[in-house]
Design a binder for this molecule. Structure first.
Ligand code: F6R
Length: 369
């Protein structure tokens, strides 16, 4: 059933172009308008919303962090993201005009379930973004958008994450459509790029051999750091989480702007630091700042592993290893930028002799709080 792949994880990484295409299937029509029929929350209710609150755990939480950037930028609705396990204990401010989005691959995560129950008790509408048909979280929600990634067997989440991102983008863009926010050229261009994103994921997968080779050379390291800015920051967190859970290495993700506020003290001679670089085209200020960050850590001895868009020449002099990803709109970049990090963690774990599909101490679905 692994179809010749060495692990379910590798198989599921390879399935991502199809998974992403399946999440989009039937939801964008040729004229560029969105149909989310299953969303049982009426357009009238969606127009009333004054706040979005996302609750999730682990990798799904990282998808939520990325969704916040997209939701706020495109819809102008304030959006909070919270770890489901923390949510109800701080007495969150919720009401009938809050839309709570619960993201969960399994649909059975107890922390997320308890958070959504709390939200419903406060009178909020809950939308589940879920991969498992008929599981508890969608059953207890007001509405559900299924990700249609197909069963995910490996404990480490890969294709579910990419499809959670796509589902979040769809919800954000649908909110623009029903509310009329920015409904014009900018959003139409994003919808067009989103409908082609599966091909871009395919292109990234075709270039992963050097990433595998690099990962194998790092099997003896103790620590790997991950840096990003803007949507690249949650991507860095996700890269670090994958490495922890699979390779059992010390891995940490940071917002690159925080480096000088502490984390840069960690950098040692030949320590691998993976940097997710934003597109040089759109937010060029951010791009230039991260190039300076790369210079700073390299001056302190870091071995820089740079993930940058094709055509970004500014990073070349400071990259000990350069991983290219296709150019995408800024907010969609996580869909392509995460893939090399999945491959990196999977290969490093295998090189360390770890069981990739069944990491120690972890379960695929966490049904206790
Ligand atoms: C990491 C991973 C976990 C899950 C988390 C939430 O690779 O798989 O962090 O993302 O336990 O699980 P779901 O999405 O099933 O609620």
């Amino acid at each position: 059933e692994k179809d010749g792949y060495a692990s379910f994880m590798l198989k599921e990484i390879a399935e991502q172009p199809k998974a992403v295409a399946d999440t989009l299937l039937g939801r964008i029509d040729p004229s560029g308008s969105l149909t989310l029929d299953e969303l049982r929350i009426t357009p009238a209710d969606l127009r009333q919303i004054d706040k979005v609150v996302i609750v999730a755990c682990g990798t799904a939480f990282h998808a939520g962090l990325i969704a916040k950037y997209a939701i706020e930028h495109w819809t102008r609705i304030p959006c909070e993201v919270e770890l489901a396990s923390e949510f109800r204990y701080r007495d969150p401010i919720l009401g009938g005009r809050s839309l709570v989005i619960a993201i969960s691959q399994s649909g059975e995560t107890m922390d997320t379930l308890m958070a959504l129950r709390h939200a419903r008790e406060q009178g909020s509408k809950v939308l589940a973004i879920c991969n498992t048909n008929g599981s508890t979280i969608p059953r207890e929600s007001d509405a559900v958008l299924y990700t249609h990634a197909g069963p995910e067997v490996a404990v480490a989440s890969t294709k579910a994450f990419l499809t959670q991102l796509v589902a979040c983008y769809l919800v954000a863009l649908y909110l623009c459509q029903v509310r009329g926010t920015k409904w014009g050229d900018e959003i139409q261009a994003v919808i067009k790029d989103l409908s082609k994103i599966s091909d871009e994921v395919e292109r990234v997968l075709e270039t992963m051999e050097p990433v595998r080779a690099l990962a194998r050379t790092l099997a003896g390291k103790d620590t790997v750091l991950f840096l990003g800015r803007h949507v690249g920051y949650p991507v860095a967190l996700e890269g670090a989480l994958k490495l922890k859970e699979l390779a059992y290495m010390h891995a940490e993700g940071f917002a690159a702007g925080e480096l000088k506020h502490g984390p840069i003290a960690l950098v040692e001679e030949d320590m691998p630091v993976v940097v997710v670089v934003p597109s040089p085209r759109n937010r060029s200020l951010l791009h230039d700042k991260i190039v300076s960050n790369i210079q700073e850590i390299r001056a302190r001895g870091a071995r820089t592993i740079v993930i940058a868009e094709e055509g970004d020449e500014a990073v070349v002099p400071y990259a000990d290893h350069l991983i290219r990803i296709p150019a995408t709109p800024t907010l969609l970049q996580p869909v392509v930028a995460t893939v090399p990090l999945q491959v990196f963690a999977c290969e490093l774990a295998a090189a360390r002799g770890n069981e990739v599909d069944q990491p120690r101490n972890l379960a695929k679905s966490v049904t206790v709080e």
